[in-house]
Design a binder for this molecule. Sequence first.
Ligand code: FHN
Length: 700
Amino acid sequence: MPLPTTISRLCAAATLAALPVVATPALAQSTTNGVAAPAQAQLSNDPRMDWWRDARFGMFIHWGLYAVPAGEWGDGTGHAEWIRTTAQIPLDTYDQFRGQFNPVKFDADEWAAMAADAGMKYIVITTKHHDGFALYDSAVSDFDVMSTPFKRDIMAELAEATRAQGLEMCWYHSIMDWHHPDYLPRRGWEKADRPDGDADMDRYVQYLFNQVTELLTNYGDIGVMWFDGEWEATWNSTYGEALYKLCRSLQPDVIVNNRVDKGRGGMAGMSDEGYFGDFGTPEQTIPATGIPGVDWETCMTMNGHWGYNAADKDFKSTTDLIQKLGDIASKGGNFLLNIGPKADGTFPQESIDRLREIGDWMDVNGEAIYGTSASPFDTLPWGRCTMKHHGDRHLDMTTLYLHVFDWPTSGVLRLDGLGNEVLSAKLLGDADRSVGVEQHNGTAFLQVGTGAPDPHSSVIELSMQGRPIVYRAPSVNAPATRLYDPIEVSITSGSKHLEARYTLDGSEPTASSTLARGPLTISDSCTLIAQTFRDGKPVSATTRVTFEKVSPQPATVTRGAHDGLRCAVFEGEWDALPDFTGLTATESFASDTVALPDTYTKERVAHRYTGRIRIDHTGMYAFALTSDDGSALAINGTTVVDNDGLHGSKTITGVAALEAGWHTITVDWFNKTGGAELALRMGPVGSEAEIVDPGRFSHE
Ligand code: FHN
């Protein structure tokens, strides 16, 4: 699709040096217990990011006309910023909210002060959400705040107040636009009322670029352009690249998130290699582990909605939010915490209360968040760890911040696997409370006393010479922990200077325990405990894996009379797999695979596949179920994979021991909105799972 000349000229005019956006090859896939880590491409790494990396914590604000209905329409009270679509409100009806938008209590200084007092270092606000309404004075649209009774440029006022607090002003801007006549596609339910006639996506993109130009020209230095709504098929990488370059040509130091392009993998938020965007954007989720060398930011609501919903009182506790901040920082990410202001321009009281309490915590513990990098430890049973390294020609020191969520009732906090000598230890916020340190064989025993100093998360600061030396517990790689045939297991210490020793009888390893050398065959139930040794001494925590030998499920049925599985289709809106027993299918057909065609784009739909699967040889099988949104697999009525929930493309693998013959199988899947994906792969445990051969399926 050729870009309009204006846009291509925009790009040509972008006198940018080579953009540091080319992603390096995806990080090598690591496997732990046989489950492949998702491929993550390294996003741009650039000194522009320095302030953003140091900040670690920002405020997201979703505000617009949708605050007027406050989530309610007809009998429904579950709506929010998507209300025009989720309540199927015709455009003319929705536009009437303009006449009601008059946030007379809006005080930019008050908002910016609450963000600053909460310890946040940047604010990202919706200049325009998917409904197309601009919260600023746009010269290219009359669907903006100047056409409301309020008639004030909210973005201009907030930008000034934000900078007065020393925070960075950042813009959220939606690519998807349900109002502009040229944006495609139309919402399915409104095609009759809004035929797409002479709609022209290129012309819309020019409009989008014009608004982005306004936002990066008229409001001073902007920290981040936070794009969203990139997932529909009408947006493509050509547009994405041009938009990224436009932003950088207007403000070379502006940071642009990865939703400018098409590389984002659903709600997990990270981009595949080769796509534009300076950081990944996991949404409502925190990656399971840190992602070395990758800039990313988790965005999350305080309750269940981005835009204001008057009925939603299900707010996360302050403790939960503070621990999430610590968790995210311990993995090297940023936390963008959302506020949905009310139509009168005030924050919900529940949000105000949490911001204040978080601020109190940050006043004492902010140094354990700002400018920190990811934990050198894999996991800590009592909390998280963030780190700062202080290095120059004269100094080479490390500070570890231990975020203790579960305070030890014994008064002694155990930190396994630390090779450095702890030079000092203290409690942030209570220097008078001494912290004794004893170290033996890589374990530091911190005498912290009973009674957690902080109700949310108590931080202990350790200082040491040099970079952290961490002895990781051995890695135990196994195709599964349930077995029928013998399986091969590998145990590694992670360093050629360290030994991994193990036992299979549940006893703690000693210097005389078996040394791990190459693959170990497990053929029966047992408990494997492995530990890392250095110079004959244990220096790490232990890794404990219980293997269970299971009997195969009998083949209780015979081949069904027909090829393939029966697929029943249901229509509705769900956030998780529905209870199909109470639903009526809109259609059903024989399907020779558990998969969707590549062009599948239906929303608000669910499938239930039922029938039988043929197993040729008795054994343990791995079933990998990939879906967007949720899915589940059951064999002989027992759940083997639970991949339910609202998420982007995600694969979960489960195992089942099955006798040769026919077994009943059920696969359930649903898609709410956005991308849709479903694929079922299988194979003997330890081998590469492949798409299930259609010949294996039958049904009555
Ligand atoms: O559809 C939007 C949603 O309304 C909200 O803005 C979130 C925040 O990141 N982004 C999209 C959903 O992924």
